[in-house]
Design a protein. Sequence first.
Length: 109
Amino acid sequence: MEFATAQQRVWDNKVAKGFNVTDVPLEFCLLQGEVAEAFDAWRRKEPHLGEELADVALYLLSLARMTGVDLGAEVERKLAINARRRYERDERTGTLNRVVGEDPSGWER
């Protein structure tokens, strides 16, 4: 399913059912709750992990719509940025660290 189609279907369902479509802070809190439920399902090896992850995706798509973000375009943009980033393994700890310098996104964090 395309992001735009999914985003519209999520939005249409929220409107039809009378769910929140204006309170962005509330939607972030609800998303956090869904992430916690997905983590619990994974940790407990419960069979409904996929459903919980789908709930996370639905809340994320809804937040994107509420805030005017074209999530599909942003995911494509972010994948391109990540593809250009360079990482080096720290031999002491074995972790990967991003090479510091010009951020491919055009801004540093």
